[in-house]
Design a protein around this ligand. Structure first.
Ligand SMILES: O=C(O)CCC(=O)C(=O)O
Length: 309
């Protein structure tokens, strides 16, 4: 079962069907994680999906070690302080902080999911390590319910398009009730606001996806979401990789350091900073996008029609 039915979180029956899950036996040898037409339609309707077992045990171990090391270090850039009261740490642009996270930028499972939902014209918009310590406050939510990339709403109003998706990879087990995972409100990608319920910390219909280490919650910028309380005895750990259209300014970096780009493979370099060839004639057509070649090889469309408000 994908969702825990916790009071006060509701788990509507229609969200439990298997079509919501990506079959891990399907990816071909280059790691392409095929979404079915039903997955794509369901994502358009509900604003999220769950991909199981996208990160193998070996990489998972390296990611947990790198995340612990980074959180315990004195690395300041991108570190949030706002959630301290909730034992919450988030470190943005983590791909620049540890080489292990760089391996996630062009991870074939994550990236293939992103191109099937957004098309080939994307880049990295954000990356962050998140940890949340145990607490006893069942109704405490951090972060509070929100949509991502709020700057869009602040500039063009609430009727925003889908421009970004986030792949939230569970490093620890959030399949247990109230284990600090990401809560989502299905279908709120089509609503400008969510109505909070009197005396309750979550909107009606909110669910707690149950993720095991290596599973990934994929959601879009318009889907309202929040951080659940962590009533377990373990620190909850995750890494989020956010992809958005390449005309969308990254949230947590402007230009990545040359030393980081040099460590990266061709696709990662593209995703972190598409080169502008200013020494040649001006060209309106795109050239050299490795994602376009990859999509073409898998018969995937280079662009996705905007699913509408
Ligand atoms: O799962 C969490 O802690 C919240 C994640 C979140 O709000 C985000 O990635 O935008």
């Amino acid at each position: 079962m994908a969702f825990s039915s916790l009071d006060p979180i509701e788990a509507p029956g229609h969200h439990e069907r298997e079509a919501h899950h990506i079959d891990p036996t399907q990816p071909p040898s280059d790691g392409w994680h095929a979404l079915s037409d039903e997955d794509v339609r369901t994502f358009a309707r509900d604003g999220y999906l769950i991909a199981r077992d996208v990160i193998d045990r070996h990489l998972l171990t390296r990611l947990i070690e790198a995340a612990d090391d980074l959180v315990l270090s004195d690395h300041r850039p991108g570190r949030s302080v706002a959630g301290k009261r909730h034992g919450y740490v988030s470190i943005r642009n983590c791909v620049a902080a540890r080489g292990t996270f760089l391996d996630l930028v062009a991870h074939p499972a994550l990236l293939s999911i992103a191109v099937q939902l957004l098309g080939a014209h994307i880049h990295l918009v954000t990356s962050h390590v998140i940890q949340k310590k145990p607490s006893t406050e069942a109704s405490a939510r951090w972060p509070l319910w929100h949509r991502d990339y709020g700057a869009i709403e602040r500039s063009i109003g609430e009727r925003v398009p889908r421009v970004m998706i986030k792949c939230a990879i569970a490093l620890t087990d959030t399949s247990r009730p109230r284990s600090g995972g990401t809560l989502v409100a299905p279908g709120t990608n089509h609503r400008d606001q969510v109505a909070m319920q009197a005396g309750k910390p979550d909107p009606a219909g909110a669910i707690a996806p149950t993720l095991r280490p290596g599973d990934c919650l994929v959601f879009e910028n318009r889907t309202w979401h929040a951080g659940d309380a962590n009533l377990t005895t373990d620190t909850r750990k995750m890494i989020a990789i956010g992809y958005g259209y390449r005309w969308l300014r990254p949230i947590d970096y402007r230009i990545q350091e040359e030393s980081i780009l040099q460590e990266a493979n061709e696709t990662t370099r593209w995703l972190l900073g598409e080169p502008l060839h200013s020494d040649t004639d001006y060209r309106q057509v795109d050239s050299g996008n490795p994602l376009a070649r990859w999509c073409a090889a898998h018969g995937a469309a280079l662009h996705q029609e905007h699913p509408g408000p």
